[in-house]
Structure formats: structure tokens, C-alpha cells
Design a binder for this molecule. Structure first.
Ligand code: ATP
Ligand code: MG
Length: 722
């Protein structure tokens, strides 16, 4: 009973406690956001350890990220009082997979010091294989095949098992053969890819009953968080480890929420939840219904939204907190993403003045390009921020490449920039050529670009390299001249086009390529606020210099996908517009299920908030390089009025002393006005069909509007073409 129970149990509600104390036999905890699933898992581990049922090394616990694993370890330590020794098998599927594979590598023909290839390595390897087979890489891109292999591996398929249709779909029916060749090559190289970290252990378990039995002995308890996002291969791996011979207890506990399944695009299978009860007969299914994280308003808004999904198991969620002082979910409208960032910054500073910690605030974006505006703004304000789950905007590969082009145009002596892009995209300028150039430049004490200009006049290089380098030199000369006359944003766009850099990503078939192209567009857009290329580059070096310190009090910026499992006092959700959220790609490629996955993402976003949730949409966003009037997201329309309020226009946003920016702007903007007044976005919604036609009409015709950046700075806007 509660009185004699250890401290760590006494705070739990009866259902949570049941989930913690049901240690024998399979358990599935199926429950909504913030109901304590992760807390149950953590407490369960503490309970197992505290009661001496197993040693730390006898627990297998899977989390979704390494960060979550670290946090779980810390909390278990707190619960049982004192540091937990070991827990070597607490980690992500991948990190546990590596460990298993190192121990038994020889059983699949590897040595224990095998290397793990990243995506770039994999593509390079596939390219070699295609070449060896005489397959045209242009027609059958290596990247595309790498993607296919990844999909097969997510489904746990060996070459012999892939569907006939898939095998036929690549290189005139050579799919299977090539997949086999790829696996053979990996073995020769003593290497594996990410998929193999799971597939090899599966192969080992299947072929060597003694090894599997060893782990059945070893792992007394198996626990899995974020179970809804496991893919088929992960499930197979798990089932092999958890299914025991008859008569032995199958101590496996999985916790998840079908409404938070957001990795379908990466092969996750929500159906694994349904499979669990079939594969583990007699499993105890426990539902948790009380939410401890959020206010009633936040919960009400999220619950109403997710109810629009047809494809769900359905569940109840309630909270005991009913504080009349709690804020409703606030929907804000902004003119464009710049104002959105400025207003969010303002909101954050206001909270800061009321002693709220930056650590308790997060901005969750749908697409990574959205981060740029916030990063820029926060640097201007001197607000600390950290980007979680990825590089900061200006540190992204494609942005660094593009910046290197711009730097070299603006500053021809920038050798680092030169070396970075001279052969990106590929121009057939190999290492030898670059080394020659380097030596030549050093001997004469001149920059490499100048050396290149010299050397193409000689016959030191092979004709092909000489021609390629000549083109590079000519390009940069032309761009340098244009810098004097052409607006810098236009020039920047032209540089990326003429250099073939944009085309390189357009031709790229990888999953990241569209995001990279979006980021490049966003980069050009970000230049508009500056007078010149030099001014912009200076700004960038300042942003890059800003500190990213773990211990600093800082606002977190991340994508919705990386926010899973986390919670913050205040959450900002910008960019709720049709096309961005729900994202057009998901709608185009996924149809209804694509839309439902987007809606689950929105549900994940709102339910990260404990006390305050601010949603934003803008009236104008640059899409495909053109300014467009945007429509508020349909998800806004799916929020219940009783839990949501629409923010008043804040006079202060206009008060930055810049010309042409003030209240008057709102008066002139009909659509903006409509969207702004309660329940404005509903009206906008009603007009959707009409408005959509209008938008597309203007997109194919002349620009809807142009924003002029004159003397008075970026705020002076003129509307043309209407
Ligand atoms: P998600 O689906 O977002 O991953 P979750 O179900 O894993 O959420 P937790 O993160 O475990 O939920 O818990 C949400 C919050 O509620 C945490 O701050 C946790 O400490 C708190 N919490 C959970 N159970 C209780 C309880 N019995 N008493 C007090 N607080 C609780
Ligand atoms: Mg959780």
C-alpha cells in the first residue's frame, strides 16, 4: 500500500503504478501525450533495480535519441538515490545494435573493428558498383538506389526477399543483383551501413540459436519508449529478443502513442502497436488517461485537433488542473516571417522580464529553413538560443558552400572559400590539380584564385582541368564586375545558378535535397535586409560567432520532429500556413495519410507545451522564390474556439522607428485584416477555394507583390501588380 511503498512509487497514479509493478509478462502502455509514459519506464527501471530483480547490465532499454537515453539514466539515478552503475544496454536501436554487432561480427563475416558508413560513403560505394556494372549513373542515380536500399532495410528485407516489382524498378531489373553486390562489397571493406546495425543482429539471432539464447538469459527486462515510431526491422529485432521459449516470462514493456507517430516517411509502422498483442498473447494493455504536463486549454486544443484524424485508436485524456488564470492557446497573425520572428522575440523578452527562463522556451518549426529568421533576430536582440537536432542555419553544408561562393566574389583572396567550392559541384578538378595550384600560389605568394588565373594561361595542367579551371576563373571575374552594378540578391541567385550549384541539388535524389534547396532560397531571401553583399557577409560572421553553450540559459530552436518526448513551459509554433504546415510535399506524396501524419505532428507540437502555447501564421511568405499571400493552415480551423484566443495587434511591434512601418499598413491590407479579427482565420478558411484560385492565378502571372528595400530600410513596402 501507498504508505509502505518506496518514494518513487508513491507519486504515481494507480494505472501508472500498475504499469510499473507488472514486471512479469508483456506490457503495452498505450497513452496520449504527457500522461507519464516515459516516467513509467524510468520508474519501472528504478523499481527493478531497487528490488534487486536484475543488475543494470541485465536491462535492455530503447530510447528514441541518445539525449533521451542520457536523461533517463540521470533520472533513474535520482529515483534510486545515487548514480546507476553501468546500464550499458540503455540507448537507441542503433547504439545498441552496434554494441551487439561488435561482439558477434565474425558471424556475419565482419571483423569486430568494422566501420560504419554514413550516407555519403554509401552513395560513393554504390556509384563504384554501378560503374563496375556499366550502369549509367545519370539515368540510374546512386542516391536513388541508396534510398531504395534504406527502405528495404527498414523493412528488414535481404536481397532475396525484396518484392519482384522493386527489383525490376531499378537499372532494368538489376535491383536485386546490385543490392547483393553492395552487401558483398561492404563485407570486403569490413563495413556496414546504418540498416545493417539492426539487420546483422537479426541475421545472427536467426542463424545461431545459442547466441540468441545467451541474450534471452542476459536481458531479464526489455523496455521500449516511443514504440509507435519503430519500423519493421526494429520490431523484428525486438521480437526475436523478447519472445521466449514457452514457460519463460516475456518481460517486455513498450510504451507509445499512435497519435504521435511521425516517422512514417522513414518506414515507421504504427501497426506494430496492433501486432504487439498478437505476438505477445496475454499482454497486459494499460491505458493512462491523466495528463500531467499541460493546462486544460492546451490539452483541449490538441485533443480537438487530433480528433480530425480518422486513422487512430482513440483515447481519452484529461487533466486535473483547471486554473482560471491559465492562458488559452494564442493564435497570432504576422505580416511575414520577418515580423513573425520579431514578434516572437518580443514575446520572449516580455516573458524574460517576468523572470521566465529561456531554457523553458522552445520554437518548434515544420521545416528547418524557418530557423534562419529566428536565429538572425535573436542575434540582433542578443538572446541566447540553441539549435537542437541539427546544425544552425548558417552552418548547414549547402549554406556554407553558397557563402563560400559569395565570399570569394567579395574577397578574391579568400583561399579557404576557394578550396571549398572550386570542385563543388564536380568539375573534374582533382586533388592533384588543387595541389599544383596550391604550390603555384604559395611559391608566388598570391591567392589561389589569382594563381588559377595565371596557371590557365600556361600548359601546366591537363587540357580538361585547364578548361574547367578557366571557366571558374572567368565566372568569378564576371561576378566580381557585376557586383558593382547588380543588386546583390540578384547576383547571389545568379552565382548559384551559373556555377551549377543549384542544379547540383536539383539533380540530387536524396531525401534531404529539397530541404537544402529551400534553405538556399531562404539564404537569398535573408540577404534582402542588407545593403550589400559585404554587409551581409559581415552579419553572417557575427551570427556564426554567437555562442552555443550547453550551460547557457537559452531558447531552444528545433524541428517538430526532434521535439518528440520533450516539454517546455512555453512553446512557439510558427509558420502555420497551408503548404508549409501541412507541408505540401506530404500532401502531394502521402494523400490523406500524409495529411494525418502532418496533423499528428501538430499534435506533438502543441502537447510539448506545459503552460503557454503560441501559434503563428503569416500572410506573406516567399515560396518558390516569389512572394505569395498565404492561407492560414487548416489546422488552425480545427482548433476549438473555447480554448483558443486570437492575439490583438500589438502597437509596439511597429514602434521600431523605421520608416514606413506602422499601423497604417494593417489598414490597407484586406486579407490581413480579415485573418486578424476573431474568428478571422475561419473566414479566410471559408474563402479558401476562391483565395486559392486567386493565389495561383497571380503566381503564374505577374508577382503578387514586390517588396522594395529602399533608403528607409526593409520596412518600406510597396505593393505592385494588383
Ligand atoms: P510524451 O507522449 O510526450 O512522450 P509521456 O507520456 O512520456 O509524454 P512524461 O514525459 O513521462 O509523459 O510525463 C509528462 C510530465 O508529467 C513530466 O513532467 C512528468 O514528470 C509528469 N508526470 C508524469 N506522471 C506524474 C505523476 N504521477 N505525478 C506528477 N507528475 C507526473
Ligand atoms: Mg515520453
Amino acid at each position: 500500500d501507498a504508505q509502505r511503498a518506496p518514494d518513487y512509487l508513491s507519486g504515481l497514479n494507480p494505472e501508472q503504478r500498475e504499469a510499473v509493478e507488472t514486471l512479469d509478462g508483456p506490457v503495452l502502455v498505450l497513452a496520449g501525450a504527457g500522461t507519464g509514459k516515459t516516467r513509467v519506464l524510468t520508474t519501472r527501471i528504478a523499481h527493478i533495480l531497487a528490488t534487486g530483480r536484475a543488475f543494470p547490465s541485465q536491462l535492455l532499454a530503447v530510447t528514441f535519441t541518445n539525449k533521451a537515453a542520457r536523461e533517463m539514466k540521470e533520472r533513474i539515478g535520482l529515483l534510486v538515490g545515487g548514480a546507476v552503475e553501468g546500464m550499458p544496454w540503455l540507448g537507441t536501436f542503433h547504439s545498441i545494435g552496434v554494441k551487439l554487432l561488435r561482439r558477434h561480427a565474425e558471424l556475419v563475416g565482419l571483423k569486430s573493428d568494422f566501420s560504419i558508413l554514413d550516407t555519403d560513403d554509401v552513395v560513393r560505394l554504390i556509384k563504384q558498383i554501378l560503374q563496375a556494372e556499366g550502369i549509367d549513373d545519370k539515368r540510374w542515380p546512386a542516391k536513388q538506389f541508396a534510398g531504395m536500399i534504406d527502405t528495404w532495410k527498414n523493412k528488414g528485407l535481404d536481397p532475396a526477399q525484396i518484392p519482384e516489382g522493386d527489383a525490376r524498378a531499378f537499372a532494368n531489373g538489376k535491383g536485386r543483383e546490385l543490392y547483393t553486390a553492395y552487401q558483398t562489397r561492404l563485407k570486403t571493406l569490413n563495413a556496414c551501413d546504418f540498416g545493417d546495425l539492426l539487420l546483422h543482429p537479426i541475421r545472427i539471432f536467426r542463424a545461431h540459436a545459442d547466441v540468441l539464447a545467451e541474450y534471452h538469459q542476459k536481458f531479464r527486462y526489455i523496455l521500449v519508449d516511443e514504440y509507435q515510431d519503430t519500423n519493421t526491422a526494429q520490431y523484428m529485432w525486438l521480437r526475436l529478443l523478447a519472445q521466449r521459449p514457452k514457460g519463460t516470462p516475456q518481460n517486455v514493456c513498450c510504451v507509445g502513442d499512435d497519435d504521435q507517430s511521425i516517422y512514417g516517411w522513414r518506414g515507421a509502422e504504427v501497426d506494430n502497436i496492433l501486432r504487439f498483442e498478437k505476438d505477445f498473447p496475454g499482454a497486459k494493455v494499460i491505458k493512462l488517461e491523466r495528463n500531467y504536463r499541460s493546462t486544460a486549454h492546451i490539452l483541449g486544443a490538441a485533443g480537438h485537433l487530433i480528433a480530425h484524424n480518422e486513422d487512430r485508436l482513440g483515447k481519452t485524456l484529461f487533466t486535473d488542473r483547471h486554473d482560471p488564470d491559465d492562458d488559452k492557446v494564442v493564435v497570432h497573425a504576422a505580416w511575414d516571417s520577418e515580423e513573425e520572428a520579431r514578434a516572437v522575440g518580443e514575446e520572449i523578452e516580455q516573458l524574460q522580464r517576468k523572470q521566465h527562463k529561456l531554457n523553458d522556451m522552445a520554437i518548434l518549426v515544420r521545416a528547418s529553413f524557418q530557423m534562419r529568421e529566428f536565429e538572425d533576430r535573436f542575434v540582433t536582440l542578443g538572446l541566447n538560443y540553441r539549435v537542437i537536432g541539427g546544425p544552425r542555419f548558417y552552418e548547414r553544408l549547402e549554406i556554407r558552400d553558397a557563402l563560400a561562393y559569395f565570399r570569394l566574389v567579395s574577397q578574391p583572396a579568400d583561399d579557404l572559400a576557394f578550396e571549398r567550392i572550386v570542385n563543388t559541384p564536380k568539375r573534374g578538378l582533382g586533388d592533384t590539380t588543387i595541389r599544383n595550384l596550391h604550390d603555384y600560389a604559395r611559391a608566388r605568394d598570391i591567392p589561389m584564385l589569382a594563381a588559377a588565373a595565371d596557371i590557365v594561361e600556361t600548359d601546366e595542367l591537363k587540357p580538361k582541368a585547364r578548361k574547367a579551371l578557366f571557366d571558374v576563373v572567368t565566372d568569378f571575374r564576371r561576378w566580381q564586375t557585376l557586383m558593382e552594378t547588380m543588386p546583390h540578391t540578384e547576383l547571389a541567385e545568379q552565382i548559384l545558378d551559373e556555377s551549377g550549384y543549384t542544379a547540383m541539388w536539383q539533380a540530387d535524389k536524396s531525401a534531404e535535397a529539397p530541404g537544402r534547396l529551400e534553405n538556399l532560397k531562404e539564404l537569398i531571401r535573408s540577404m534582402e535586409a542588407f545593403e550589400s553583399l559585404r554587409g551581409f557577409l559581415e552579419h553572417v560572421s557575427l551570427v556564426m560567432d554567437a555562442e552555443q553553450n550547453e550551460n547557457l540559459d537559452a531558447v531552444s530552436i528545433m524541428t517538430l520532429h526532434s521535439a518528440k518526448g520533450l516539454e517546455f513551459e512555453t512553446v512557439f509554433l510558427p509558420g502555420w500556413e497551408e503548404g508549409l504546415f501541412p507541408h505540401q510535399r506530404s500532401l502531394d506524396e502521402g494523400g490523406r495519410s500524409g495529411l494525418e501524419e502532418e496533423r499528428r505532428l501538430a499534435y506533438v507540437g502543441i502537447t510539448r507545451a506545459k503552460r503557454r502555447c503560441h501559434i503563428w501564421f503569416v500572410s506573406n511568405r516567399r515560396i518558390h522564390g516569389l512572394w505569395q499571400s498565404t492561407l492560414p493552415s487548416r489546422f488552425l480551423d480545427e482548433l476549438p474556439e473555447s480554448h483558443v484566443e486570437v492575439a490583438e495587434v500589438e502597437q509596439s511591434y511597429g514602434g521600431y522607428g523605421r520608416g514606413g512601418y506602422g499601423q497604417s499598413r494593417f489598414d490597407k491590407q484586406e486579407p490581413f485584416q480579415n485573418a486578424y479579427s476573431t474568428p478571422g482565420w475561419r473566414r479566410a478558411q471559408a474563402n479558401r477555394t476562391e483565395a486559392t484560385r486567386d493565389n495561383w492565378g497571380s503566381r503564374s502571372g505577374h508577382a503578387v507583390e514586390r517588396i522594395g528595400y529602399g533608403e528607409s530600410g526593409p520596412r518600406a513596402r510597396t505593393i505592385e501588380g494588383e
